[in-house]
Design a protein around this ligand. Structure first.
Ligand code: ACO
Length: 387
């Protein structure tokens, strides 16, 4: 009988040069560069280039990429109309997934059934270059437009004179973004841009392997990211801190959950067995933000949760993940709780696309196996005979 590996834990599904994680040491690298270095020195646009092209851009390369992104932020009015038809109390991730799937109908980018010959650099293929640009450039516009419309406001047009993070904050509020808020969001986008073979990337790759278009590929990855065990955990972590309310409540609350074998959101990871380096970076960002703009009322609650988790299950390798501190940071930036996962998607689209590009250079359709546990030769009972 075939050996079943639930959740494909530890099973490599392809070779990749995009990202690297050492879960024992808490290391995350994009194309070999530690995430901490990128967070300090780079920008989301540059990190996207790095992930896609495998190298840091020259000044000229960066200028072209940045220009292309800035000039493709607008979305067609029919996409806006489509989102107007969606329920305002629906989750913004569902709206994002629907809008991105619809984008593919406006910008057909089907791959030929004969596929892309192995070794072809699809980034030199005109059509796919523009699909990549459109997806990275338009996701923030879609998220901000839905957020405004469901609160009864008109969408705010993107501005070409602003960088990626600044333009998103502008489109959310219609106000000139604060430079510190822009910096914090830019770092958050870099920290979320790529994370090797996680559920959403894998989901995108499965769809990509069928030679579906990149919009369909990204919409499937967005769908996977909605789940509370994946990207949805950032929302759940902040909701938990709100429910706990005070530092005194933390210990009994967490102990109770652990005794009932309930999951604590924002902690635990399939790969990291120590604190996620992105959680460390986000905690540093949170401190920086709170020092400048005042404490977040739930930051101390979060710290105490981390302490109690360390005491009780730290030895099992359960520690804070990326979703633990991102919520208090976004909340302090005035971003609504159900925007947290869409912001994750805005960032991760670069990673999804980088893996897709890599996949198409040597594509093989995913068709895994199963362990059949059903029966055989069952007699067909007529409807009168059925119990
Ligand atoms: N709270 C309490 N206990 C936990 C948690 C948690 N969050 N995570 C794992 N454990 C425990 C399990 O109960 C299990 O204990 P046992 O051995 O006594 O049965 C052990 O640790 C192993 O847990 P698994 O669920 O098998 O670990 P897995 O690798 O399948 O799960 C996952 C990883 C899904 C992320 C899990 O840790 C979890 O549900 N965390 C909460 C949700 C979350 O924060 N998700 C975001 C992850 S990061 C990202 O996707 C962006």
């Amino acid at each position: 009988m075939e050996k079943l590996v639930p959740g494909l834990e530890g099973v490599p599904i392809m070779e990749s040069e995009v990202g690297f994680i050492d879960g024992q040491k808490g290391i995350l690298e994009y194309r070999g560069i530690p995430i901490e270095v990128l967070a300090e020195k780079s920008s989301y646009e540059e990190v996207s280039y790095l992930l896609l092209w495998g190298k840091l851009p020259t000044r000229e390369e960066m200028a072209k990429f940045d220009h292309d992104l800035r000039t493709h932020r607008r979305v067609k009015y029919r996409i806006i109309d489509l989102m107007k038809c969606l329920p305002e109390n629906g989750h913004p991730m569902d709206a994002l997934q629907a809008a991105v799937a619809a984008l593919g109908m406006f910008y057909p980018a089907k791959l030929e059934a004969s596929g892309v010959p192995p070794g072809t650099n699809i980034l030199t293929m005109e059509q796919h270059y523009w699909s990549i640009i459109r997806l990275i450039a338009k996701l923030p516009t879609i998220v901000a437009a839905f957020e405004r419309m469901r609160h009864g406001d008109e969408p705010v047009r993107p501005r070409d004179d602003l960088a990626h993070a600044a333009n998103f904050l502008w489109m959310l509020t219609g106000e000139e973004p604060d430079p510190l808020d822009v910096h914090i969001l830019d770092v958050c986008l870099m920290l979320h841009a790529e994370h090797t073979m996680n559920a959403s990337t894998f989901s995108g790759l499965v769809v990509g392997s069928t030679l579906a278009d990149p919009y369909t590929m990204v919409s499937s990855a967005i769908g996977a990211l909605t789940g509370p065990l994946h990207g949805g955990a950032n929302e759940q972590a902040l909701r938990m801190f709100r429910e706990i309310k005070t530092v005194e409540n933390v210990r009994p609350y967490i102990k109770g959950k652990l005794e009932r074998k309930e999951k604590i959101m924002g902690v635990g990871h399939r790969v990291y067995k120590v604190k996620d380096p992105r959680a460390t970076a986000l905690q540093g960002l949170a401190r920086h933000l709170f020092d400048a703009k005042g404490e977040h009322p739930l930051y101390k609650v979060a710290q105490e949760v981390e302490q109690v988790i360390n005491e009780h299950v730290g030895a099992k390798g359960i520690a804070s993940n990326v979703d633990f501190y991102s919520g208090v940071v976004y909340d302090k930036l005035g971003i609504h709780i159900d925007q947290f996962t869409p912001i994750f998607a805005i960032a991760r689209v670069a990673g999804w696309l980088a893996h897709w590009v890599e996949e198409l250079r040597n594509n093989r359709i995913f068709r895994p196996d199963q362990v059949y546990t059903g029966t055989h030769d069952v007699a067909y009972a007529s409807i009168e005979q059925r119990q």
